[in-house]
Design a protein around this ligand. Structure first.
Ligand code: FMN
Length: 220
């Protein structure tokens, strides 16, 4: 499936309506999402600007309910382990909040797991020669691989909204990355970067406020 499908499904949707109307949706109707709609959303995602056009992403659309439940169970297990750390004593309320924001994806009819594949630019290779620490390297590079994933996920969520679906960009489930990667059988060097539940919204989601433009934009 190529951009033609993406264009067909999204025909007539205005850019500003798609961008301004999107918001995070955390409750979904059980109605299935047709595969060609998922393909169109992911086709849009892959139009994202990305470092070196390496397209260092892999998308796994999880329709199977048992697999979605197993993914959420893996997140629960990972959070149980964190909650048992002595450092987290007395933080039960925080763990409960994180759990709520990390596991609701299982109830969506489809969950797109977004994985990042290894990416090393020429610039990375040059810096690597110097043997910089990870922190110093990242200070000079700021993870173009993960920035590429972010660009794709934003487009995926915006396309979903333009097609009448709700979605939520989630990284909290990444706490169970090793278990989820194994459950999904992704390539050995693919790393879970985000999880995006998609479905028709249950209820009317609310758009979050934004800081005024003059607070975030400066001219020099
Ligand atoms: C990188 C990233 C990670 C996020 N992870 C989660 C998450 O794990 N769980 C969740 O409920 N929302 C998550 N969100 C959604 C944000 O909470 C949401 O985008 C933010 O509150 C602004 O609201 P809006 O998306 O409705 O505009 C994430 C968003 C981003 C960009």
């Amino acid at each position: 499936m190529d951009e033609t499908v993406c264009g067909h499904v999204l025909e007539g949707v205005s850019f500003s309506a798609a961008v301004e109307g999107r918001c995070s949706v955390r409750r979904f109707l059980p109605e299935a999402v047709p595969r060609d709609h998922i393909r169109a959303m992911v086709a849009c995602a892959t139009r994202a600007a990305n470092a070196g056009n390496a397209q260092c992403w892999q998308f796994v659309a999880v329709e199977d309910e048992a697999t979605r439940r197993a993914m959420a169970a893996a997140v629960d297990t990972a959070l149980d382990e964190v909650a048992a750390w002595p450092e987290c004593a007395g933080r039960a309320a925080d763990v409960k909040t994180v759990r709520a924001y990390a596991t609701f994806f299982a109830a969506a009819p489809v969950v797109v797991a977004v994985c990042v594949l290894p990416y090393e630019s020429r610039g990375d290779q040059l810096l690597r020669l110097r043997g910089l620490s990870r922190e110093d390297h990242d200070r000079l590079r700021q993870r173009p691989d993960l920035q590429s994933i972010g660009a794709a996920v934003q487009l995926l969520c915006t396309a979903a909204h333009a097609m009448g679906y709700g979605s939520c960009w989630m990284t909290a489930p990444v706490i169970a990355a090793p278990a989820i990667e194994e459950l999904l059988g992704v390539e050995a060097d693919a790393r879970l970067a985000a999880v995006v539940p998609v479905g028709r919204p249950a209820g009317r989601p609310r758009r979050g406020p934004r800081r005024p433009i003059d607070d975030v934009l400066e001219f020099r």
